[in-house]
Design a binder for this molecule. Sequence first.
Ligand SMILES: *Cc1c(COP(=O)(O)O)cnc(C)c1O
Length: 358
Amino acid sequence: MISAAKPEVGEEERAAVDRVMRSGMLAQGPEVAAFESEFSTIVNNFHSVALNSGTSALHMSLLAIGVGPGDEVIVPSFSFAATANAVGLTGATPVFVDIELDYFATDPAAIEAAITPRTKAIMPVHLYGHPANMPVIAAIAKKHNLLLVEDAAQAHMAAIDGVPVGAWGIAGSFSFYPTKNMTSGEGGMVTTPSEEVARSIRVLRNQGMEKRYENEVIGFNTRMTDIHAAIGRVQLTKLAGWTAKRQANAAFLTENISGVVTPPTAPNAEHVFHQYTVRVVDQDRDAFATELAARGVGSGVYYPTPIHRLPSFGIDLDLPQTEIAAQQVLSLPIYPSLTEDELSTIVEAVNAIAKAGS
Ligand SMILES: *Cc1c(COP(=O)(O)O)cnc(C)c1O
């Protein structure tokens, strides 16, 4: 069976963990500081602040820029629930908008239409590793004087108009969950051009204190450990190579797959293929996935239910592109260590099932 996703961890990561274990310094320390400064190099040398998850990265970012009760934050409904959870946890209201179906990315026109006097921030998601249309979204944020926060959890090293994701607004959030393009076990990172926002997040992650026992605000413990940072540092050195491999795998699949809609890349975008997501248009998507599994090919549906309809939010909204995507998307294996044989198996299985029809 070719698995749907596969974290790439090896000897170097094990050695890094061992080095930290032997040092006796396990909690946030020098490894975290080194990971932060190394991560900055892929996001315009912005300030980077490491956290215990991508969700914490989003949550702390929103708190640091002053999002709270009474505010609205515009988010896509077609994303992982963490996007909206981070907003809800601040006491603010997530306002769900539709996507552009081609790129599965937050629709700029829908964002602009959803702005109200209560809107405080816009939070586009670079879903599957394809950047949202940031040149247009950034212009909308500027025109309406709104804060721009990027959910870049799936898009390490993606870029649009040559500008890396995470560098378009006041804060960008990345995740290092095992199946993301790089991992630290669990973990997250905020990138920001603002020294003030970076400081605020450092304080929030550490019980609200910069100086020990001189707590300034009510804070959290959302620190990353040195063990996780050591893994992340090794992975960061491999990220560019893995990204190139993901892109090459995607090019092969797109060239050879037929009968389903393959994912296009916008002309000004660098797509890092966290997922390679096709749309099954004329057949039942779930039956298609079952057939794939029978032929030894794992796949995933990200995400079967739009966030606004999950019981945790339970809102009645008409987001037609989101509904189509939720019904049609199917992510095929794309991870860097796929072999040529496995890639061929994926192509043959998809083409055979698509040809057989519903
Ligand atoms: C993974 C993910 C998150 C949350 O990251 P965690 O590290 O799992 O907390 C947020 N948003 C999106 C779009 C994600 O894919």
